[in-house]
Design a protein around this ligand. Sequence first.
Ligand code: THU
Length: 136
Amino acid sequence: MNEAKLPEAWETLQRAAREVRRRAWAPYSRFSVGAALLTASGEVIMGCNVENASWGLTICAERSAVCHAISLGHGEFRAICGSLTGVAVPCGACRQFLMEFGGDLLVLLDNADSPAGTPPEVVRLEELLPRAFRML
Ligand code: THU
């Protein structure tokens, strides 16, 4: 059963994810994705997907947001909102990447084509990646 509740800042996260999505570098797939992370200190850090001619080097929006946040000195996260056309469940690689910072993370699945202010579905990362590989 899904008991996760939307964080208070969900509309801010949705707005940020949709905004950064417009800056996606996606000339190959033409599929733009935005992500907005809510840090423990209440800041919102954004990331978009960055594709590459070699395809395999492409970085998803979720990982891009985490790298951006870590580079700014943040290391504790409460929620992430992904925004794309469809259901914004993060890919398997991003689930593992996010899990590094804890399975309690709330994952907001924003369909960018829904009107702004439409509450996204929310799930805990642990639900998306049960029995994750960990070293710590
Ligand atoms: N993509 C993301 O940014 N996040 C996901 O969770 C799934 C996929 C990107 C990668 C690629 O640039 C494009 O979407 C199509 O797969």
